[in-house]
Design a protein around this ligand. Structure first.
Ligand code: ZN
Length: 144
């Protein structure tokens, strides 16, 4: 505690204009006013505040453990997503894209890009979009 008092004595006082900072109203303004009267510099007060805010080792260890736990959870989530994607890829590789009655399980719709987007109804594999044939084009308004 004496350290801060001694330091305050040895440090030259700043010009009043620079010391006055906008603190607004409330507790911070009260403290700032009191600090100016004691001669403690703002830097000393801030250093003191930082020291108060510094977490104790137990708290720091707890936070580190929580952080490690969150990182592990994230890693597991990513792995699960990768496994799921691999499973889908394998199912699509194993699929013959054929219905039980022997007909093609691939269906398609013309999207706004004007292309047919073929899709297997069994494994949900999306094939490369292609131009629709004349028969596949939507007929639109019937005039007759
Ligand atoms: Zn399929």
């Amino acid at each position: 505690m004496d350290e801060t008092e001694n330091a305050a004595e040895t440090k030259p006082k700043r010009k009043r204009g620079r010391q006055q900072r906008v603190w607004g109203n409330g507790a911070a303004a009260e403290v700032a006013k009191a600090v100016q009267q004691t001669g403690i510099t703002l830097e000393q007060l801030l250093a003191f505040a930082r020291e108060l805010k510094a977490p104790d080792p137990e708290e720091a260890a707890k936070k580190a453990a929580e952080k490690a736990h969150a990182a592990e959870s994230r890693r597991q989530m990513v792995q699960m997503a990768k496994d799921y994607e691999a499973q889908i890829a394998q199912r699509q590789m194993d699929c013959r894209h054929v219905k039980e009655n022997g007909r093609s399980a691939v269906v398609g719709q013309v999207h706004s890009d004007g292309l047919v987007h073929p899709l297997c109804q069994r494994c949900q594999k999306a094939f490369t979009p292609r131009k629709p044939t004349h028969e596949e084009m939507p007929t639109g308004l019937q005039t007759v």
